[in-house]
Every structure is written in C-alpha cells, then in structure tokens.
Design a protein around this ligand. Structure first.
Ligand code: PMP
Length: 441
C-alpha cells in the first residue's frame, strides 16, 4: 500500500513526508539527514523509495542485515511465529522459539566458548549488551576499571559511551588500537601493532603506571564506526595473552563484526582467539532488535536482576535471528564474504590508485572503508567524503561515513550480495568519487 498522508486520503508524497519529518523529529536524528529518502519496499540489497527510485543499500541497517532486506527465510520464520499464536512478549521466560535461538547460537560460537557458555538476553540494542558485559565483569572480578581503545565505538548508554574513543572517564584506561595510516608510533604495519601491544603490557605492569587492575578489556576485532580498522591477528592474540596472564576478562564487541561480516563467522576467529565475553547484536536478530552476551560460565557470578529489562524476549527477533544464523552457516556466507570482500578491496585499491583523494582502502570481508583525504596535505577530508556520499545517493547507492573525522566511506553490503550487484556498487562508486572531486564541496 502506498504511504498515506497525515490527514488526507491521498498517498503522501516523499517530499511531504520528509518535510514533516524535518519539522517534527529531533535535531539529534542522524541517518535521516544524510539519506533523505522514504523507503517503502525492500528486498535483498535493494530499497525502493516512495518516489519510485531504487537504491543499492550498502548501509544495511548499519551492518545489521546479513541477509539483506526481507530475506525469504527471515519472513517465513517471522510468519511462522505470528501464525502460531505464540505470545510475542514474554519478558525473559523460556519459550520454544528462544530455546531454538539459543541452540543455534551456541552451535555457531567458537567451540571452546560454547563448551561451557552462558547467555544473558539483554535489552534489544548493542549498547545494552555492552552495559551487561561491563556489569558482568565488574561483578565477577570485584574491580571497577576498564581497558578500552582509541577509536572504539561501543554505544550510547553511559558505560558503553565511556568505553568509546571520544569519551573521557576516570574508570577507563585508553590504550592504542593498532592502525597503519594514523599509527601513534609513526610506523604502522606489524611493527606499529607490536609497539601498541608493548605499550599496553608495559602500562599494566608498571607499578607507577597509574592503572589499577581492571575488571576487563573491551575491543572490536575490526573497528567499524572508528573507520573500518581491522586489528592485526597477531595483535589480537597478544591482547588475549596479556589479559589471560593477568586474569583480566577479555570482552570482544562483535556487535558489528559478528555473523560472517568479516569473512569468518566471528571477527575473533581470524586470529583463533577465544574471548571470555562476546557482545552480540545487529545481525543476530535477523533485522529485528535483539542483543545478548555470551560468556564463560565461570564469570556467571552476578545476582539475579543484575542486568534486567522489560524487552528481553522479542520472539519475532529470535525467530528471525535463528533463521539468519542457520542460513549464514549452511550457505557458507562467511567464506563468501571473505572471497567477495577480498575482490572488492582489490578493485577499490585500483580506484584509489587513480584517485589521489582516496588515501587508504581498508577492510575485512564485507566490512570495507575508503578514507578520503586532501591529496595536498594528506589530511582527512570530511567535506569531500560527504560529497561522495551525496554523489553515491544521486546514483542510487546508499553508503555512510565513519572514522574519527567522518572521512571514511563505509560499505556494509549484505552477505548475500551477488557478483553482479557488487560490480554495480563498484561502478557507481567509481563514478561518484571523481564527480565529487569536480564539484565544489
Ligand atoms: N558496538 C559496536 C561495535 C557497534 O558498531 C555498535 C553500533 N554501531 C554498538 C556497539 C551499539 O549498538 P546499538 O546502536 O544497537 O546500541
């Protein structure tokens, strides 16, 4: 059905809906500003706007839609619950739908964790699960402090925000996340990562370092919002060693990297690292809101109600999530993300070679970023990045920005994207970049 206007019977036009949105919605709205479209239908990679235009969606609900929009297995799973007469709201009570979700989730966890794991169903956002993870490790260790990294993003509630890179919080010790282009040690590569790990170790062992034994260390295997920065495997293994040796629980925030996105089922799998706690949301709900933490049973020392919430039993999200996890596993979509992602990175590096404003192309699997720079100074170019995003939208391609200066163009296509669709995405991007450079921005 076409969208209806506020009062009249006529279908509302895209412009009138956007106008009312601008009048009525908060100044804090985000994606709605950079993507002034009104989605009315969607399937897979494609969104259709109320104006009849079609877009290739490489934002995918900020990395949520592992199977794209309205995948048939997701729709079928949701319909099955709706048609069954099962209650849709059950707090955190046991149900067959939840039981099936937990079974499928455990079947996909790193085996060493699954062998003796517990799951806590949280409020439905990634940030709720981050808070739960922090509460858990604080309860288990009796300590307060947290180790977190430069450039991190963990969410918008107070604990998650404090752990994120932009924040200052007395309880959080900020450590260097390894990166090539903006390496704090000026060397990048393996040596930069080695120095970052050495810094961490030295700080923790220095009796005058000013860091009390912390409750945990939280990290993203690939920083997403921070500008698509994959952690080197060797560095991640070092973080595991450093934390294990000092009895510090390691929390992997896999909200964005989980469920095949990076070319392995979990981001930590590349390094063969098994964290003590995994924070999961986005794709695990198969496009509907769901968040959990899974953790070693030994940490399960918190009291009943230590992390509660009304909305921890979304049956539709659990059914959609079960279907998504099973589909990714059965169809080898993590492997598919690895091969297609590698091909897209190669193609984009070819584009970067022709376009001096593309400073770096980074990524892992289908989590890809292009850093836009001023070719004269090498500085981040947020204005140009925003102009590229606009040119992309004009060409029917939805992309978002990330990174410290909002100068990294991010691609997060569904894992189901076909070769032809990937080629269309790359074509549109290859047109959009020089078009943005030509226009004043
Ligand atoms: N952690 C990571 C790594 C994320 O990327 C995000 C969201 N982009 C969050 C946590 C927070 O998730 P949510 O927006 O659902 O609260």
């Amino acid at each position: 059905m076409p969208p209806q206007g506020g009062r009249g019977r006529e279908p509302a036009s895209a412009e009138s809906i956007l106008r009312r949105q601008a009048q009525r919605e908060s100044a804090a709205r985000t994606y709605a500003r950079s993507l002034p479209i009104v989605p009315v239908r969607a399937r897979g990679l494609t969104i259709e706007g109320a104006d009849g235009r079609r877009y290739l969606d490489c934002l995918s609900g900020a990395g949520t839609l592992a199977l794209g929009h309205n995948h048939p297995v997701v729709l079928e799973a949701v319909r099955k619950v709706l048609d069954s007469g099962a209650p849709l709201h059950v707090l955190d009570l046991a149900t067959p739908v939840k039981d099936a979700f937990t079974t499928e989730l455990f079947a996909n966890l790193p085996p060493a964790l699954a062998a003796d794991a517990r799951v806590q169903f949280c409020g439905p956002a990634g940030t709720d699960a981050v808070e739960a993870a922090l509460t858990l490790v604080r309860a288990a260790t009796g300590r307060d402090g947290l180790l977190a990294f430069t450039g991190a993003y963990h969410g918008m509630t107070s604990g998650a925000l404090a752990a994120s890179g932009g924040a200052t919080d007395v309880r959080v010790t900020r450590l260097p996340y390894p990166q090539d282009r903006h390496c704090p040690f000026g060397v990048g590569g393996e040596e930069g990562a080695r120095l970052a790990a050495a810094w961490t170790e030295n700080l923790l062992d220095d009796p005058k370092g000013g860091v009390a034994p912390p409750a945990g260390m939280i990290l993203e295997p690939v920083q997403g919002e921070g500008g698509v920065i994959p952690a080197p495997d060797a560095w991640l293994r070092r973080m595991r060693e450093i934390t294990t040796r000092r009895g510090i629980p390691l929390i992997a925030d896999e909200v964005q990297t989980g469920v095949g996105r990076t070319g392995a089922f979990w981001g930590v799998d590349h390094a063969g690292v098994v964290p003590d706690v995994m924070v999961l949301s986005k794709a695990i709900g198969g496009s509907l809101p769901l968040a959990v933490i899974v953790y070693r049973a030994e940490l399960d020392l918190w009291a009943p109600g230590a992390h509660a919430g009304t909305f921890r039993g979304n049956q539709l999200a659990m059914a959609a999530g079960t279907a998504t996890l099973a589909y990714v596993r059965r169809n080898g979509l993590a492997e598919r993300a690895a091969t297609l992602g590698a091909r897209m990175l190669t193609a984009l590096r070819g584009l970067a070679a022709d376009q001096p404003c593309v400073g770096e192309v980074r990524g892992r699997g289908l989590m890809i970023g292009l850093e836009l720079i001023d070719p004269d100074t090498g500085a981040a170019a947020p204005g140009l990045a925003a102009a590229v995003r606009r040119e992309c939208l004009d060409r029917g391609l939805i992309v978002e920005l990330g990174g410290r200066h909002a100068a990294v163009l991010r691609l997060l296509p569904p894992l189901t994207i076909t070769d032809e669709q990937a080629a269309a995405v790359l074509d549109r991007l290859a047109d959009a970049v020089p078009a943005a450079v030509r226009r004043p921005h």
